[in-house]
Design a protein. Structure first.
Length: 108
């Protein structure tokens, strides 16, 4: 499979092996009650989505890294370039995290 196909499957949250089966049971990322629900295996090719206990623990580190980078970028833009108050900075930052938090969870 091509690299473009792999990137497309990653962005569409499809199976890493066949690029067809859905990784999550619901496609609505903002359905917080079902955000973490995944089938045990790919419905198309049978690839196990949980190869061993704790397999996705590394996702916590990825999510943390993304959050740190997002924090630094937000700080640079709002505090250094735009020189907004701390209250506005934290309001905007919390809003951004609430909007992209579910996406960060699924992509990491």
């Amino acid at each position: 499979m091509s690299e473009e196909s792999t990137r497309g499957a990653l962005l569409a949250m499809k199976c890493p092996k066949c690029h067809e089966g859905k990784m999550f049971t619901t496609s609505n990322t903002y359905n917080l009650k079902k955000i973490h629900e995944m089938p045990k295996q790919c419905p198309e090719c049978g690839q196990s989505f949980e190869p061993e206990p704790g397999f996705y623990t590394g996702a916590m580190y990825v999510n943390y890294g993304i959050t740190v980078v997002l924090s630094a970028i937000t700080y640079i833009i709002l505090e250094i370039i735009l020189k907004v108050s701390s209250l506005v900075f934290f309001g905007v930052y919390i809003g951004v995290l609430l909007l992209i938090g579910p996406l960060m969870f699924r992509y990491s």
